[in-house]
Design a protein around this ligand. Structure first.
Ligand SMILES: [Mg+2]
Length: 343
């Protein structure tokens, strides 16, 4: 099987409501869809969203870099193409992830297996995702939390910003109003060390599940100090892109958990390397995502089924935020439960 064509197209999916974090506000899911065609008729699809604030790539960078490099993969087997891909200096992590998931899906097609089985899962299992609550004023966030909880979404990822007073109020009110909810906090690097400590002190009564990337990603020493300081587990997100980053954080005990995302690490192949390392080192993970299209969410969910022992939290809620459901999703979302729809 040899690759004979790679094409890209821009896709937009409207969101129910704007998605707001400490880093950005998004009104649409915007992504590049990559289609890989082989000489035996096999076709596979990959996707990469624009996440300039995180990976530095916008839709133009992703499309242009794929256009400029795609012929390198022509007339190669998917296996060889994968090697060329990960050696590439021209492609950044999201563009790599789009091609990687398409190539890996060709391996699964060749073996006539669903991707989760190709990745080692014995059978499809029901997964649970959190749902993200956008950064808004406290009253709106409490209302959003109650609405989500009433819809069966009991794992809440609460996005907080630089205002600690606001963050403490939101956290206190949601945990008081919804004592059965599991609350994950994501500050997206917005806090100083002092802010982070203040937040930890003032929410001690809230039984939080974890606090994600409280301080700037480059401050690993600070993250390590906070991990030692906090009883609530600290999750490294923006601080970990690659296996190299993961090893550093794990070896130096800079965090209690790490958040792996296909778009940060460069795709399924690279995520598997990080997950294998975490499995060997008893490091629990979150499998996260950006705001993404259905095919890259599919790839992440297949991967999640193969690593249920390592992946303790799944943050793959983009489809819950789409205004209209997507036919391309291979999974059914019902509350926080996610089931594989057998073809
Ligand atoms: Mg995060």
């Amino acid at each position: 099987m040899k690759i004979v064509q790679i094409t890209t197209e821009l896709q937009y999916i409207e969101l129910k409501t704007p998605f707001i974090t400490a880093l950005r506000t998004a009104y649409h899911v915007e992504f590049v869809r990559v289609r890989v065609v082989c000489d035996n008729g096999f076709v596979s699809i990959g996707e990469a969203p624009a996440t300039k604030a995180i990976t530095g790539e916008d839709l133009e960078t992703i499309t242009d870099s794929l256009f400029l490099t795609k012929e390198q993969f022509y007339l190669h087997t998917p296996k060889d193409a994968l090697e060329i891909l990960h050696a590439s200096q021209e492609l950044k992590s999201s563009a790599k992830a789009a091609l990687d998931m398409a190539f890996v899906s060709l391996f699964a097609q060749e073996k006539n297996l669903p991707l989760f089985a190709y990745l080692g899962a014995k059978k499809a299992v029901t997964l649970q995702t959190d749902v993200t609550l956008s950064l808004k004023n406290p009253q709106e966030m409490v209302e959003d939390a109650k609405k989500a909880f009433a819809e069966g979404l009991h794992i809440l990822k609460v996005k907080l910003g630089a205002d600690i007073k606001h963050g403490v109020e939101v956290t206190q009110r949601i945990s008081r109003e919804l004592p059965a909810a599991r609350i994950l906090i994501d500050a997206n690097q917005a806090w100083s060390m002092e802010d982070a400590k203040r937040f930890i002190e003032q929410t001690k009564n809230c039984a939080l599940v974890l606090i994600e990337q409280p301080i700037i990603a480059s401050d690993l020493a600070g993250l390590k100090a906070l991990t030692a300081y906090s009883n609530t587990p600290i999750l490294a997100d923006e601080a970990v892109f690659t296996l190299y980053d993961a090893k550093k954080v794990i070896e130096d005990q800079c965090a209690d958990m790490i958040n792996i995302k296909l778009m940060k690490c460069g795709g399924v192949t690279k995520a598997v390397e990080i997950l294998e390392y975490c499995r060997a080192n008893n490091m629990p993970c979150m499998l996260g995502s950006m705001l993404e299209g259905p095919h890259s969410i599919n790839a992440a969910l297949h991967l999640a089924m193969a690593y249920t022992d390592v992946i303790k939290y799944i943050d793959l809620d983009s489809p819950l935020l789409y205004k209209e459901p997507s036919d391309a999703l291979e999974f059914a979302f019902n509350g926080c439960a996610i089931r594989y729809k057998s073809p």
